[in-house]
Design a protein around this ligand. Structure first.
Ligand code: SAM
Ligand code: SF4
Length: 344
């Protein structure tokens, strides 16, 4: 008697990578207008009927977790805290089990505004981790970069995340020359003192069209040089598929030990180890932040496709995942969606 073992589908591409980490954008709207992400005047938002409903988001995430080997879910946006059904979506997604019978890891990337009011419900729903974006501790510089004077709200949200037991609390900073590079060391001191893990992200060409200026880019190596003048850093082992190159900060006379990361997406791309897949708020699969093509799952979903059909479309999308983002290629051009609409 022969045993037939059903082959588990995987999001495999032509470059021997398998996607296990899903970024789900829950909205393209935002209450900030960070200069590196959105134009000052905002954008033409995705029309309401095109945005996936809560049930549709849960269904598609379920396909990824139960049929396609996805193990980690990160909710993002736009600003995901603006999504009214967020806690319900987190709770429903937390009921899925991976092919290994595990609960998927659930995390959130947010600008932190309103997190103090929502964090208890989110933790109750099963949220495990949070990344809060914070580009300056100086109120004026924060307001200049985010184009909104909301620093006190963000700090309240951050504190609430720690108090609610989310660990680790990570802080994301996009460092830009002449805008907030003076904040690199103060942000590190602030995060070390509170036990937050700080991660600097290189500025990528994903904001308003034609606004990216390489001369403003603070390269990962420069950021590390600034940090090294103040802290003793040693490389953290075991990077795996993480985009972040992490460093252990030794305890000093005036600060505890901690961990700091640098995501050098532009100057040291980690595309070869990329394990991401993305779902936009309007139900499009993107295999890369810089993709120019998308695979529509919303239309087949609404036309009655079953889970197996949706899974097959998602698998197909990944076969064509590009080897790299190509920022340095002569023919590089920025995708038409900004980071806020893709889901960072
Ligand atoms: N609104 C939430 C927030 O700001 O955390 C979630 C969405 S935001 C698009 C996700 C992350 O992308 C943030 O940490 C933000 O700093 C980062 N980001 C946005 N535009 C970027 C760009 N052009 N280059 C690098 N990172 C960017
Ligand atoms: Fe909004 Fe986040 Fe983009 Fe800032 S980075 S404009 S908070 S989506």
């Amino acid at each position: 008697m022969s045993t037939v073992i059903a082959q588990q589908l995987r999001l495999r591409d032509g470059h021997r990578r398998v996607a296990r980490d899903l970024r789900v954008s829950l909205t393209d709207r935002c209450n900030l207008r960070c200069a590196y992400c959105m134009p000052a005047e905002g954008l033409a938002w995705i029309p309401g009927p095109d945005v996936l409903t809560d049930d549709e988001v849960v269904r598609l995430v379920g396909v990824a977790v139960t049929r396609l080997g996805v193990r980690k879910i990160r909710f993002t946006g736009g600003e995901p805290l603006l999504r009214r059904g967020l806690a319900g979506i987190v709770a429903a997604v937390g009921r899925f089990r991976t092919d290994e019978g595990e609960r998927p890891e659930l995390s959130l990337t947010t600008n932190g505004i309103g997190l103090d009011r929502q964090v208890a419900a989110l933790v109750h729903a099963g949220l495990e981790r949070v990344n809060v974006s914070l580009d300056s501790l100086d109120r004026e510089r924060y307001a200049a970069l985010a184009r909104r004077d909301r620093l006190p709200d963000v700090l309240r949200g951050l504190e609430a995340a720690g108090a609610a037991g989310l660990r680790p609390v990570k802080v994301n900073t996009v460092a830009m020359r002449g805008a907030n590079d003076v904040d690199i060391v103060p942000l590190a001191e602030f995060c070390l003192a509170r036990g937050y893990e700080l991660r600097f992200i290189e500025h990528m060409p994903l904001g308003p069209q034609h606004a990216w200026d390489r001369s403003q880019l603070m390269a990962g190596a420069e950021i590390l040089a600034r940090l090294s003048e103040r802290f003793e850093l040693t490389p953290a082992p075991g990077r795996g598929s993480s985009p972040s190159e992490d460093w252990i900060v030794s305890a000093g006379r005036d600060h505890p030990a901690g961990r700091i990361g640098v995501i050098a997406s532009v100057t040291a791309p980690f595309c070869a180890a990329c394990d991401r897949t993305r779902l936009t708020a309007d139900g499009q699969v993107r295999t890369c932040l810089f993709s120019h093509t998308e695979t529509d799952l919303r239309s087949p979903l609404r036309a009655g496709a079953d889970d197996a059909e949706l899974a097959a479309l998602w698998v197909d999308a990944h076969t064509a995942k590009p080897a790299g983002h190509g920022i340095d290629d002569a023919d590089f051009h920025q995708p038409s969606r900004t980071m806020s609409s893709i889901g960072g």
